[in-house]
Design a protein around this ligand. Structure first.
Ligand code: ATP
Length: 462
C-alpha cells in the first residue's frame, strides 16, 4: 500500500508539470491493478531558488499494488514525461511502503515516521540537501531514485535526483500539516501545449462567483484576471482551488473552453500559510516565512519600479542579534505585482502597530546586508489617530508661535500661551485588521483571508 512521490520534473522553458507527471503515474498504477486513494499536492519552501515556479511535489496514496512495482511504474513514467533534457531539471521519486488504508492524517496513528514529518515541515522553511533526503529515506527503508538524470548530470557539478527532497517531503506531509485544501486541475491535450489557452472568460467568472467563498482565488475580480489559468507553458488548462472538493469540481466543470483531456483532484497545503512561523524583528533567518509584530518606523516610500517600502521596528528594541537598534529594524516590501495592496501599505504611518507576514530575505545593498520581508499580508493592530501640531490661540484661532527653545508656544497678538504641541486628530484611510495581496499576486501556500480563522477582522480581496 505504498506512497509514491515525485518532484522536479518540469522546466521553465519546456513546460511540463509535476502534477501532470503524477497524474500519468496514477493512471499507470491503476492499469497495474492499483487504486489511487489520494493525491497530495504539497507546496514547499517558496524561497528555494532552484524551483521552477511554485515549488510543488506530489504524493499518491495507492493500494492494491506493491511498493516495488509502484517504484518501477513511477521511474518509468517520470523518465518518459519529465523535461529531463533541461539541465536544471533533476527528477526524483520516493516510494514509501506504508499502509495508507487507515488515516495517515491522524496525528497519533499515522503510518508516517515522525522524522519524515519533521523533514516535511522543515522543507517549507529551510533549505535541505539531497544527501539528507537520501539518508532519511534509506533509514526508513523507502525506495528512492534519481530518474532520467540527463538533467542532473548535464550541468557540471549539478546534483542528481534533487527531486527526492520534495518527494520525501510530500511523503511526510500528511503527518506534518493539519490544514488541507483542494485543487481540481484540468489538463490540456498535450499537442496544444505551447499554444494560447482557450478558456471562456464569461463562464469562468460566473462559475467563480457561484463557487465563492468555498472556492477562492479562481479569478481576480477587480483586476479582471483569470488567476486559475496559468501563463507558463505546460499541460495545465486551469486549477480550481477551494475548501471543498465537490465545489472545486463543480466550478471546473462549469468553465467552458478547449477540450479537457484529463483532470484530477488534489488534496493540498495551498492556501494554508504552512510556510509561516512566529518570528521577531532582528532575529529572522534568510529564506524563511514569518509572522512578525512591530511598529511602523518610517513613512512608506514608493521606489523605482513601483515597489513600496516601509520600515518596521521591533516592539522590544535593543534585543536583536547585536543588541543594537539597527538589528531591530525590518524593511517590509510590497512589490509592484501586488497592485492595489500597495495602497494599504502606503496608508501606514509611523507609530502604527502591525503584524506582518511574508518571506524574509537578507539583501546586500550599498549599506550592507538589509533585512527585508516580502509582504503577503499584514494586520493593523493599532492606528495612530493623532499627530502633534502647533497649538492655535483659543482667543483669535490663529497658530501660535514658538516662544523659544523648550518654552512652548504663545500668541503674539493675544498673549495666550501653551506648554507645547497639541495632539490633533488625523484622518486615516486604513481599517484595523488583516489586509492581503490580491488573488493575482497570491503565493500558492499563502492563506487567503476569506478562508477565515484570523485573529482580527479581515478585508478579503477577491
Ligand atoms: P513544478 O511546476 O513541477 O511544481 P516547481 O516550481 O515545483 O515546479 P521543481 O522543478 O519541482 O520546481 O524544483 C524544486 C526543487 O527543489 C525540487 O528538486 C525539490 O526537491 C527541491 N526542494 C523543494 N523544497 C526544498 C527545500 N526546502 N530545500 C531544498 N530543496 C528543495
Amino acid at each position: 500500500m505504498p506512497i509514491v512521490a515525485v518532484d522536479d520534473t518540469d522546466s521553465r522553458e519546456q513546460g511540463m508539470c509535476t502534477t501532470y507527471v503524477a497524474t500519468r503515474v496514477a493512471e499507470r498504477l491503476a492499469d497495474a491493478g492499483g487504486r489511487v486513494r489520494r493525491r497530495l499536492l504539497v507546496r514547499l519552501n517558496p524561497a528555494v531558488k532552484h524551483k521552477t515556479r511554485g515549488n510543488a511535489a506530489v504524493a499518491l496514496h495507492v493500494s492494491g499494488v506493491d511498493a516495488e512495482r509502484a517504484a518501477t511504474v513511477a521511474s518509468e513514467t517520470v523518465a518518459e514525461f519529465a523535461a529531463a533534457s533541461d539541465p536544471r531539471t533533476s527528477p526524483g521519486a520516493v516510494v514509501a511502503d506504508r499502509d495508507v488504508d487507515g488515516d495517515p492524517f491522524d496525528p497519533t496513528g499515522s503510518p508516517i515516521p515522525d522524522a519524515v514529518a519533521r523533514f516535511a515541515r522543515r522543507a517549507l522553511r529551510e533549505r535541505l540537501s539531497v544527501a539528507e533526503a537520501v539518508e532519511l529515506a534509506e533509514e526508513h527503508g523507502f525506495r528512492h531514485a534519481a530518474v532520467g538524470s540527463a538533467g542532473g548530470a548535464g550541468e557540471a557539478g549539478a546534483v542528481t535526483g534533487r527531486g527526492r527532497i520534495g518527494a520525501l517531503a510530500a511523503v511526510g506531509a500528511p503527518a506534518a500539516f493539519d490544514d488541507w485544501t483542494f485543487e481540481r486541475i484540468s489538463y490540456r491535450e498535450l499537442d496544444r501545449c505551447g499554444t494560447p489557452r482557450e478558456v471562456d472568460a464569461e463562464s469562468l467568472f460566473a462559475a467563480a462567483d457561484e463557487g465563492y467563498p468555498t472556492v477562492w482565488d479562481t479569478v481576480d475580480r477587480e483586476a479582471g484576471n483569470a488567476v486559475c489559468v496559468p501563463n507558463a507553458p505546460g499541460p495545465i488548462l486551469h486549477g480550481i482551488r477551494g475548501d471543498d472538493a465537490t465545489a472545486c469540481r463543480a466550478v471546473a466543470a462549469a468553465v467552458g473552453g478547449e477540450p479537457v483531456e484529463r483532470a484530477a483532484t488534489f488534496l493540498t497545503n495551498q492556501g494554508t500559510d504552512a510556510h509561516l512561523a512566529p518570528g521577531r524583528v532582528g532575529d529572522l533567518r534568510d529564506g524563511a516565512g514569518y509572522r512578525v509584530a512591530g511598529t511602523v518606523a518610517s513613512a512608506p516610500e514608493t521606489k523605482r519600479g513601483g515597489h513600496v517600502h516601509v520600515d518596521v521596528a521591533s516592539d522590544a528594541p535593543g534585543t536583536g542579534a547585536d543588541g543594537g537598534k539597527d538589528a531591530d529594524r525590518l524593511r517590509a516590501v510590497a512589490f509592484a505585482p501586488t497592485g492595489r495592496f500597495r495602497d494599504r501599505v502606503r496608508a501606514l504611518r509611523p507609530g502604527d502597530r502591525v503584524t506582518l507576514c511574508g518571506e524574509h530575505e537578507v539583501r546586500d545593498d550599498a549599506n550592507g546586508p538589509e533585512s527585508t520581508l516580502k509582504l503577503e499580508k499584514f494586520a493593523v493592530r493599532d492606528l495612530v489617530r493623532t499627530a502633534p501640531a502647533v497649538p492655535t490661540c483659543p482667543d483669535c484661532g490663529r497658530s501660535m508661535s514658538s516662544a523659544g527653545s523648550g518654552q512652548g508656544y504663545r500668541c503674539r497678538d493675544c498673549g495666550t500661551s501653551a506648554p507645547g504641541k497639541v495632539a490633533e486628530p488625523v484622518e486615516r484611510d486604513l481599517e484595523a485588521g488583516w489586509h492581503e495581496v490580491p488573488p493575482s499576486a497570491r503565493r500558492h501556500v499563502a492563506k487567503p483571508l476569506v478562508r477565515g480563522g484570523f485573529d482580527a477582522p479581515t478585508h478579503p480581496e477577491r
